[in-house]
Design a binder for this molecule. Structure first.
Ligand code: GLU
Length: 263
């Protein structure tokens, strides 16, 4: 029943975290990336519009800079992001090109959502890309966003992107099977209540955002009429997820607002 929203969604934001995209937090998982990007292209061919929010830049940039563990200093994190972002995009391009698709790289900061002109530019560009054989691939502009790295939060970014492009569905690929409450993975959450937030219990140490930022993303998305699906990115394929076979589905609580209100 409510899983119908999965089949019906036309515009879908897919966000994958570092732990899904990389092995050992550092090496791009090529098998997974080929599978995931291939599935995204299939969805596009079936008439869906997919926007991919990627993490993994910092992890990918560590080895080329001779870093063996995640650095603590902001400058080193930014340097790693600068190196890793371009490496990741090279990999994405090499996978997508044989499938006839290009990468449209979009790097954003929180300011881009606050400034109405930049926000409208973003919407316009996304509109131009729709229906083209170019996949929008979005990440935070880590090299200029000190705060973004500190709170390093692509879950929140995914929620803002979903709102900006009027996505009916946001899929978060993480390293948990779904949202756990009362000791069990919940199939469905009808409303992000205080109890849900309490069960998310601060940070879980997963990626940089943890469960709390996933719940915040769910709140943003569902309050403006979208749905959010939280799945395990390595265990579940996108196809299985969209068939409602796994994960936690957060259902819309609000009605779809006009986009000026949403901004
Ligand atoms: N933007 C960061 C990166 O690409 C990841 C932030 C996050 O995982 O939330 O490495």
């Amino acid at each position: 029943m409510s899983r119908e929203v999965l089949a019906k969604a036309r515009r879908i934001v897919v966000k994958a975290g570092t732990r899904t995209l990389l092995d050992d937090g550092q090496k791009p998982d090529l098998v997974l990336l080929r599978r995931l990007l291939g599935e995204i292209v299939e969805l596009e061919k079936a008439g869906k519009v997919v926007i991919f929010v990627t993490s993994g830049a910092i992890g990918t940039g560590m080895a080329p800079l001779g870093l063996t563990k995640r650095p603590d200093s902001i400058e080193e994190l930014q340097a790693a992001a600068a190196v890793g972002q371009s490496r990741l995009m090279a990999i994405y391009n090499s996978i997508l090109e044989p499938l006839g698709y290009a990468v449209a790289q979009i790097l954003l900061t929180h300011d881009d959502f606050q400034d109405r002109r930049r926000y409208l530019n973003l919407r316009n560009v996304m509109g131009v890309l729709e229906g083209k054989k170019a996949l929008p691939v979005i990440n935070e502009n880590d090299t200029v966003g000190v705060d973004e790295i500190k709170f390093g939060d692509n879950d929140i970014l995914a929620g803002l992107v979903a709102n900006a492009v009027d996505a009916e569905l946001t899929v978060l690929l993480s390293d948990v099977d779904g949202f756990i409450m009362d000791g069990a993975v919940q199939g469905e959450i009808r409303e992000v209540t205080a109890a849900v937030e309490a069960a998310a219990g601060g940070t879980t140490g997963l990626g940089s955002g943890g469960m709390i930022s996933k719940i915040r993303c769910a709140k943003t998305v569902t309050a403006s009429g979208g749905s959010l699906l939280l799945i395990h990115g390595k265990k579940v394929t996108l196809k299985e997820a969209l068939e409602g076979k796994a994960g936690t589905l957060f259902l819309p609580t609000g009605t779809r607002l006009d986009h000026r209100k949403r901004w």
